[in-house]
Structure formats: C-alpha cells, structure tokens
Design a protein. Structure first.
Length: 78
C-alpha cells in the first residue's frame, strides 16, 4: 500500500516533543523539513506522479530511513 510516513505517526510516543522541538529548535526543524520533503517525494514517485527507476527509489527510501534514525536519536537525546 502506498502511503506517507508522517513523523507523528512513526513516533506517536514523541508527539508532544516533536511539536515542541519543531517550534523551538532550528536543527530539528531542518531534519524534519528534510524528512517531510523526501517522504512527499517518495510518495509521489510511488503513485507514479514522478518517473524514477527502482534503484533510485530504493536509494531515496534508504535516505528516508537514515533521516528517521537521526530524528529518533535526536528525540531521545533532547
């Protein structure tokens, strides 16, 4: 199933922290913005709105996982 992966759904246990950090921490804002942009791009590729080969899509998915890991680490530290 094709779907987006919003951070508030990926990390519901950190929902309040995500909202707070988004409004008060520039580093987190950059991470979240990068993640959301990439997630939207992957969603559009999967829906067929943007043409891309499978290898490039796989690379983008790996980048999204990497960003998600960075965000999770950030949430645990702050």
């Amino acid at each position: 199933m094709i779907s987006k992966h919003p951070l508030l759904e990926e990390f519901p246990e950190f929902a309040e922290k995500i909202k707070d950090l988004y409004h008060h921490n520039e580093e987190f804002q950059v991470l979240m913005s990068s993640y959301n942009t990439l997630d939207t791009e992957i969603f559009e590729i999967e829906k067929g709105e943007i043409p891309l080969n499978d290898d490039e899509l796989t690379h983008k998915r790996k980048d999204r996982v990497f960003l998600k890991d960075e965000i999770y680490t950030f949430l645990q530290k702050n």
